[in-house]
Design a protein around this ligand. Sequence first.
Ligand code: PHB
Length: 401
Amino acid sequence: MLLSHLLHLQGIDSVVLELRSREDVETTVRAGVLEDGTATLLKETGVGERMEKEGAVHHGIELRFGGGGRRIDMTGLTGGRTITVYGQHEVVKDLYRTRLEAGGQIIFEAAAVSLHNLDISKPKIRFRRGAELDLDARAVRFQGGTEEEEITCDFVAGCDGFFGVSRLSIPEDIRREYTRTYPFGWFGILVEGPPSSEELIYALHERGFSLVSTRSPEIQRLYFQCDPNDKTENWPDDRIWEELRTRLATRDGWTLQEGNIFQKDIVGMRSFVTEPMQHGRLFLAGDAAHIVPPTGAKGMNLAVADVRVLSRALTEFYSTGQTILLDAYSETCLRRVWNAQRFSWWMTSMLHRFHDGDDYQYRLQKAELDYVTSSRAAATSLAENYVGLPLHETTGATSAG
Ligand code: PHB
């Protein structure tokens, strides 16, 4: 949706195929942390008005371990940069409204079945309506009775996630995939009630990781590390509160604000990258090309960074006929992607209990937290990654001049 909006601002037309229904997208709570550059882009392109009113600007995070909390002053350590807590589904709502008011075409509950002619100048997308994601089967399913339809276009932006056809349309002999799975998941809850903390708290405890986040002054988002195969039914509310109270307890008696839990979900944790992110006239963006565990809060921000690069490259192509930026797309994006992979893997490894690991590893993790929260150099490294690295959008390999 953001790509479609950015292209529209440059006078470039697009058609968006959205797998889910508008209502489903608008009501499913997903990620919530916008990097400094993401929030700025939304503001600069005219879709940041509600975010500026309703989003919460944060200047730091707390790391909690060993019964105490220590703050990372992100704004102080990064020369004034911030993060904004504003839900991904709120961003998408704002984009839907803006695109539809501008006459943009979005086909809901539709998905590509196959991509054709990617090597030549007029690729085709064959798609069907009546699509839905079958998470158990890990595949897209179509209701009976719908016909295949076709779109002919100049370029295909493969923004169709991990289960979409785009990534698989890059021939296997040129596609390389890099994966790491983690032996845990996150149990997430949404809670009615006031915040327990003004800033996000990332906590490591002997029993595992937990995270205190927020969605609005009235809705809190909390997570705790769990078995990825566990079921939400195994966790009545009392058990959840008991677990969170234990993991978040401090020596000075911090209290967790409890409230009505109105949603529970479990997500697996995985790191994944596919290379290259481009094949002919197909450009992958977001989860179609890469997945990060949520610990670094990078997923949505990486997708935004990809489409910013792609929109600039397409703008160059349509205004000058040149393909310099298009040709560099994969390399440009992968530089940021691998930096974010490293950061997300590092945050995940530092903050979770590896139950098959030994106490030596746990002691190292606590030493690392101690270091990161007491050395200005180490804290700055965390902070600059968290608010988003200011990577230049040229290829990483060449030096200027
Ligand atoms: C969230 O609020 O959903 C959230 C915040 C920080 C993270 C991950 C998720 O690292």
